[in-house]
Design a protein around this ligand. Structure first.
Ligand SMILES: [Zn+2]
Length: 146
C-alpha cells in the first residue's frame, strides 16, 4: 500500500489542477504497479496468513503515515489532487481490510479476478520491494517540495 500511496502522491502533484483525474490515474497506477514483479507472501504454506497480517499491519500504518505526510507537504493548490491520487492508488487494495474485518470483497467479481490475475508476486523480492518504496518516498518528497 505504501508504494501505491507514494505513487499516487506524485501523480496528484503532476495533476494538481485535476483531482478527479489524479484519483483515476492513481487507480490505473495501482494496476500497473501490481503487474510489475513485486514482493508477496508465499501462498499455501504454514503461517502464510499470519505473515500476511503482520506485513499488512506494518504496511497499512506506513501507508497512512505517508498519506498524512504527503498531504502536509503538498502545496495548498495541489493538496486535493495529491490526496485524490493517494486515495486512488490505495483504494484498489481495500479488498484486503474489507475481507479481514467484514468478511466480503466490495469490488465486482470481474475486477477481483483482474486484480488477482495481474499479480506478479514472489516471496524473495522483499529487498526489491523495500528499495522501490524508499525510491518512491524520495521521489515523492522531491516532487511535493518543489
Ligand atoms: Zn493491488
Amino acid at each position: 500500500m505504501t508504494t501505491h500511496v507514494l505513487a499516487g502522491a506524485i501523480i496528484g502533484r503532476a495533476l494538481a489542477r485535476h483531482p478527479a483525474g489524479a484519483f483515476a490515474a492513481g487507480v490505473v497506477s495501482h494496476f500497473a504497479m501490481d503487474s510489475c514483479p513485486h514482493w508477496g507472501i508465499a501462498k499455501g504454506v504454514p503461517g502464510a496468513h499470519e505473515q500476511f497480517l503482520r506485513a499488512a499491519r506494518c504496511d497499512g500504518c506506513a501507508g497512512l503515515a505517508a498519506m498524512a505526510l504527503a498531504a502536509g507537504l503538498a502545496p495548498g493548490s495541489a493538496r486535493r489532487a495529491v490526496v485524490a491520487g493517494m486515495v486512488g492508488g490505495a483504494s484498489v487494495d481495500l479488498d484486503k481490510p474489507f475481507e479481514h474485518f467484514f468478511g466480503f470483497n466490495p469490488f465486482p467479481v470481474r475486477i477481483q479476478r483482474f486484480h488477482t490475475r495481474i499479480q506478479r508476486e514472489a516471496p524473495h523480492r522483499l529487498p526489491h520491494e523495500l528499495a522501490m518504496a524508499a525510491a518512491a518516498a524520495v521521489a515523492a518528497w522531491v516532487v511535493l517540495r518543489s
